[in-house]
Design a protein around this ligand. Structure first.
Ligand code: GLV
Length: 327
């Protein structure tokens, strides 16, 4: 008999088709957003769950669903899952690293450039019919080429962001939990390891690419923003909560920094309404990995992890290798 699985959010039909060759699949192609209780009810009787970073996968869900053996997140980040509770409950947890590195790094640059060169602000002005003449100071911003790029969080995506700076003749500085091996620093455009404070003082453009955890909560708050140059920009493609949004709004208003490009927010999709009033911020709805090939690769990666997990194999992207699997 095929194992029963639940796919919590809408996905590519071809991925559902692939899953249905292995499992009895229940899916949510209407893409409803479930309450915690509804999700628990939909997972009832299932051995596998394919989730996205939008679902909170809690100890309560594991307790209420003793049949569950594997949760496969369709995201590299997994702060939506209580991995410790999953491990205690004997449930395998996986994510989708690597397949999105380059696409997400591309998007960090999209935001960086749009933010520094004030693209959305200029377009909104143009669309509003204000363009009557050229002016020497119209929408001027800082340069990107020749500037210092500061990357906080130098994992695989951070390194891909840094590598791209070679074409812009930039100096790269980075901060990370641990220093990279010299050959990785060299590949990342000769990135130099500095303290977070030094990075914030020196960088012209700061990009945040670190995972969210209790330790990284509010990595950038009022004190950190105060260290940055008034001409500097800040890009967050990592997770809401890494930046203190209220402090950032105050800094953008006060001119503590020049501008910010944000793909992620505290409490998203409900973002702080004051962001919408600010001109010096570029706002996007958590689309860092949103290229067609990458989203498809992520969906297939999650599917492969689940197929392995429920066939008694070790999923390639198992996050809790110490787990003693549920029987
Ligand atoms: C997206 O935010 C991801 O973690 O993949």
């Amino acid at each position: 008999m095929k194992s029963r699985i639940f796919v919590a959010r809408a996905t590519f039909p071809e991925v559902l088709e692939r899953l249905s060759q292995h499992f009895e699949v229940e899916s949510n192609q209407e893409d409803r957003i479930f309450s915690a209780d509804e999700l628990i009810a939909r997972v009832a009787g299932k051995e596998g769950l394919i989730a996205t970073s939008s679902e909170a996968i809690t100890a309560g869900l594991f307790k209420a669903n003793p049949t569950l053996k594997a949760v496969c997140n369709t995201a590299v980040g997994y702060n939506n899952i209580d991995v410790e509770a999953a491990t205690s409950a004997g449930i395998m947890v996986s994510n989708t690293p690597d397949v999105l590195n380059e696409t997400t790094a591309d998007f960090a640059w999209t935001l960086l450039m749009a933010t520094a060169r004030r693209v959305t602000e200029a377009e909104q002005w143009l669309r509003a019919g204000h363009w009557k003449k050229w002016t020497y100071d119209g929408f001027v911003g800082p340069d990107i080429h020749g500037a210092t790029l500061g990357v906080i969080g130098m994992g695989r995506i951070g390194q891909a962001v840094a590598r791209r700076s070679l074409g812009f003749d930039m100096k790269v500085i980075y901060h990370n939990r641990s220093r990279l091996a010299p050959e990785l620093e060299q590949r990342a455009n000769h990135a130099q390891y500095v303290s977070k404070e030094e990075l914030l003082r020196q960088a012209d453009h700061v990009v945040l690419v670190l995972p969210y955890s209790k330790q990284s909560h509010h990595t950038i708050g009022a004190a950190e923003l105060a260290l940055m140059k008034p001409q500097a920009t800040l890009v967050n493609i990592a997770r809401g909560g890494i930046v203190d949004d209220v402090a950032l709004i105050a800094a953008l208003r006060a001119g503590t920094i020049a501008a910010a490009g944000l793909d992620v927010f505290e409490n998203e999709p409900a973002l702080h309404p004051d962001f919408l009033q600010l001109k010096n911020v570029v706002l996007t709805p958590h689309i860092g990995s949103a290229s067609v090939p990458t989203r498809l690769a992520m969906a297939h990666c999650a599917a492969s992890n689940l197929i392995a997990a429920l066939s008694g194999e070790t999923p390639s992207n198992l996050l809790n290798p110490g787990v003693s699997k549920r029987g």
